[in-house]
Design a protein around this ligand. Structure first.
Ligand code: PGA
Length: 254
């Protein structure tokens, strides 16, 4: 596929996979994807599997991501994980503000932006998630919601930091539901977000930032979605839990 930006496809394993299961999955992925150079491939296991997966992918083209982190660097924050702790396992990316965290942990745009700053300070690349609910889409508020989330979650980042960040457009109604946005809906939202980055930062930044699509991406719809000019990758949940389907998504995008 001829793309302006290098594709980045990440598997968000959510709360799946013990260490043993995670190692099985990455060993299959390494075999399936050994020759892929065209796409940045990221796996995001749960925290408990990061250490072992990190060792297992050292000699491969897979890169490691985490699913969340604290906005604080150190201190009395029971149960939290700091960016520097992720760095110990050679983590390069961190998903921030996933809609499940916004919904269940009540994460706000302000908190997501603090986490994004902490990630950049530790030289981690955030994958910042935004997306509207079905109620918001049906009410015609998609752009308003995206604008608020993009401005709020990325507030105060420098142009350099923004250029190194990844965005993920994940319409909440398409996550884990089997409903995918149409290619036209995805492209429209991505183009809107890119134009907004142009206004908020500048045109160079807007051209550089990679925007992933997420929400029921699977081998059968990946190629069409990723062929859209402003869709620069995918954040894959369910279909990233099996080597064959995740590998097929990646191969179908080349
Ligand atoms: P899904 O999840 O692919 O299972 O819809 C995507 C995500 O939540 O990142």
């Amino acid at each position: 596929m001829d793309k302006e930006r290098k594709l980045i496809i990440a598997g968000n394993w959510k709360m799946h996979k013990t260490v043993a299961e995670a190692l099985d999955l990455v060993s299959d992925l390494k075999l399936e994807l050994a020759n892929v150079k065209e796409v940045d491939i990221v796996v995001c296991p749960p925290f408990t599997a990061l250490g072992e997966v990190s060792k297992a992918i050292l000699d491969s083209n897979l890169r490691l991501g985490a699913q969340n982190m604290s906005e604080h660097n150190v201190g009395a924050y029971t149960g939290e994980i700091a960016a520097v702790m992720l760095k110990e396992f050679s983590v390069r990316y961190v998903i921030l503000g996933h809609s499940e965290r916004r919904q269940y942990q009540k994460e706000s745009d302000e908190l997501v932006s603090k986490k994004a700053h902490a990630a950049h300070t530790a030289a981690l690349k955030p994958i910042v998630c935004v997306g509207e609910t079905l109620v918001e889409r049906d009410a015609g508020h998609t752009e308003k919601v995206l604008e608020k989330q993009v401005r709020g979650s990325l507030a105060g980042l420098s142009k350099e930091q923004m250029s190194e960040s990844v965005l993920a457009y994940e319409p909440v109604w398409a996550i884990g539901t089997g409903k995918t946005a149409t290619t036209a809906q995805a492209q429209e939202a991505h183009a809107f977000i890119r134009a907004l980055l142009g206004k908020t930062f500048d045109e160079t930044v807007a051209r550089r930032v990679r925007i992933q699509y997420g929400g029921s991406v699977k081998p059968s719809n990946a190629r069409e979605l990723l062929s859209q000019p402003d869709v620069d990758g995918a954040l894959v949940g369910g279909a990233s839990l099996e080597a064959r389907s995740f590998a097929e998504i990646i191969k179908n995008s080349i």
